[in-house]
Design a protein around this ligand. Structure first.
Ligand SMILES: C[S@@+](CC[C@H](N)C(=O)[O-])C[C@H]1O[C@@H](n2cnc3c(N)ncnc32)[C@H](O)[C@@H]1O
Length: 329
């Protein structure tokens, strides 16, 4: 359930949109925005696949909205720090802020907080979520720093994967990587760059392509690997379709398993398919995943040799060789 479910309800239930430009912060590619004045919309999207799809659909899409708007619509993300930062940004853009979110994204506690900060003019509940609107007041103390340093000196940002420190699964994979990986490695879903950092420390690695959908994580990785020079190439892109003119020797990944709110192994499965496609025939995939995730069938469909090389009750580290899908062209 999303903005598409609650916005029409709000528009027929008391929400009056002022004349002028409307910013929509965090809209997803599938959101139905047809109830809004089409020519007035600017969409802020920091997710590469959504950004590309919205742009392809003819929407004015930006990474960060700037300027003055008549209203700003905030689609709440799950991470609280990111949600607050998005609201603080909206409050700088427009006098009227409309907030849409699921209960599981903390919409109730944000509504409570915002009632104490400014005025809330309307609230409607539907489909395990709420939409509310009003003048938020000064939220500048919620504005997130662009980046933060965590233990080990790593730069992360609110809302990125493992923003508070190294993910234990990724640490297990880094530990399991062999000394020799080949000259050209791709890190699919590279986050803030932890795995790529370890890949770059391996013998003979001339180049790592970091492919990441989240713009904030993509920027953090650039900061974390600034010393790597042109050995590290950064792509703000969809790792399920990203390609390279020359096949790679190895792929490393800790694939995502959430699209939005629901656990969604299909995304990790698409990562595995693309890894097989971009690897050279003698190349190897190194993957870590939560043990319960059902990747085995896809691994065996796309690789002739699949071995679990490390793990515990929570994670499995898999080495997959002999990709069956040969790249075309
Ligand atoms: C489990 S995290 C691993 C991050 C990093 N490799 C690490 O080990 O810390 C998965 C990453 O995939 C990214 N991601 C999700 N969907 C993606 C897509 N379609 N294309 C590229 N990256 C994606 C997420 O933003 C997240 O950073």
């Amino acid at each position: 359930m999303s903005l598409s479910d609650r916005l029409p309800l709000a528009l027929s239930g008391g929400l009056v949109l002022p004349e002028g430009r409307i910013a929509v912060l965090g809209a997803r590619a599938g959101d139905d925005l047809s109830d809004l004045p089409q020519d007035a919309l600017v969409i802020e999207s920091t997710n590469a696949p959504d950004h590309a799809a919205l742009t392809a659909a003819g929407r004015e899409t930006v990474v960060s909205a700037t300027g003055a708007f008549a209203a700003a619509i905030v689609v709440l993300p799950r991470a609280k720090a990111l949600a607050r930062a998005r609201l603080a940004h909206a409050a700088t853009l427009a006098p009227l802020v409309i907030v849409d979110g699921q209960k599981t994204d903390g919409v109730d506690s944000l509504l409570k907080d915002l009632r104490q900060r400014g005025t809330v003019d309307g609230v409607l509940s539907k489909a395990h979520g709420k939409i509310f609107w009003g003048a938020p007041g000064d939220l500048s103390d919620w504005a997130a720093p662009e980046a933060q340093k965590v233990e080990g000196g790593w730069i992360t940002a609110p809302g990125v994967f493992s923003a508070d420190g190294i993910d234990p699964g990724s640490a297990m994979l880094a530990e399991a990587l062999p000394q020799k990986l080949g000259a050209h490695v791709a890190d699919l879903g590279s986050g803030w760059g932890y795995l790529a950092h370890h890949v770059l420390a391996r013998q003979g690695v001339a180049r790592v392509d970091l492919v990441e959908a989240d713009h904030a994580a993509h920027l953090c990785a650039q900061a974390n690997l600034a010393d790597a020079g042109d050995r590290a190439r950064f792509h703000w892109a969809d790792a399920t379709t990203w390609g390279t003119p020359r096949s790679v020797d190895a792929v490393v990944m800790n694939p995502p398993f959430h699209t939005g709110r629901a656990a969604e192994p299909a995304l990790g499965q698409a990562f595995i398919r693309n890894a097989a496609r971009i690897l050279r025939p003698s190349g190897t995939l190194w993957l870590v995943a939560n043990r319960h995730l059902p990747y085995e069938m896809d691994l065996r469909d796309h690789f002739a040799l699949v071995d679990e090389v490390a793990g515990d009750t929570r994670y499995k580290v898999v080495q997959a060789r002999k990709p069956r899908t040969q790249r075309r062209g």
